[in-house]
Design a protein around this ligand. Sequence first.
Ligand SMILES: NC(=O)c1ccc[n+]([C@@H]2O[C@H](COP(=O)([O-])OP(=O)(O)OC[C@H]3O[C@@H](n4cnc5c(N)ncnc54)[C@H](OP(=O)(O)O)[C@@H]3O)[C@@H](O)[C@H]2O)c1
Length: 293
Amino acid sequence: MPIEEITEAEAWSATRSSINRQRAGVERASNSGSDGPIHFLPDGSWHAERPVSAPAQSLLEVFAPLVSRTGPLVIGQLGQSLDGRIATHTGASHYINGEAARTHLHRLRAIVDAVVIGVGTLNADDPQLTVRHVEGHNPARVLLDPTGRARADCRMFRDGQARVLHLQAQGAGAGDPQLPAGIESVQLPHHPAYGIHPAVVLQSLVERGLRRVLVEGGGLTVSRFLEAGALHRLHLLVAPMLIGSGRPGICLPPIDTLEAALRPRCRVFACGADSLFDLALDAPAAATSTGAI
Ligand SMILES: NC(=O)c1ccc[n+]([C@@H]2O[C@H](COP(=O)([O-])OP(=O)(O)OC[C@H]3O[C@@H](n4cnc5c(N)ncnc54)[C@H](OP(=O)(O)O)[C@@H]3O)[C@@H](O)[C@H]2O)c1
């Protein structure tokens, strides 16, 4: 009798249970261990006791390095066109990526404690930042709004689906967006280049029990975290589309020669019609590898 392959649903369930163990504070000194027939190893790899279907294999390849990390984790993500745009000039970004990439984004949300966005994204998209496409836990929602220009009628302030933190910069000419009760207001020191230094943002989240963080957008916000060296990984979901104008994705200070360009270790996975570039920013550069999710 043929042995049943591990399905994508089983692989996701194993990934979630490993994360849930960490949330429950029962993580081991090294986060190796078994989730049913799947074993996550401390070096970011995995192995399974049964044959694994192709979609399950890709999911485990992508998520095992995230699951096995024991300390704080900061992942940036952007969905972009081939020409590096994340929205049109009017701010329209729904949808650059296809359904598989949106599912991937919801999985990322489900494995973190908090999702961070900039106020540009809040005001343009009115996002919910919840986990709807997969089974999982809604992360806390963290808004970077140094000068208090958030639209108070946005859904995440009112839907009660998860904790909301509103981060403002002290002395940045703060406005008062008159947010509803229940939103946690956090005042942090103003930084002349970043607004609030990403390391200060992350420290304030750790102090509130939020150690695994997804910096979800937009381009300015992810770029500042990247520039500050605050990202462990960056997931770029590239759609086979040319927008030709509009909001840019990653923007860093100018460099004169290509020796100064970032060349992180990179894995590439097919993700429906899109491609996921998984950049390991905390590891030495090495050859690019390919797969599929
Ligand atoms: N395709 C995707 O994956 C994706 C994802 C998210 C958003 N989007 C699109 O991207 C567009 C918005 O992106 P964007 O780059 O214009 O703006 P954004 O990154 O959403 O927001 C930028 C603003 O957030 C605040 N901010 C960011 N980092 C900060 C920090 N470290 N400290 C303090 N404040 C900080 C600043 O507000 P102040 O200006 O008030 O100082 C900054 O100007 C929208 O059109 C949205 O649809 C696309």
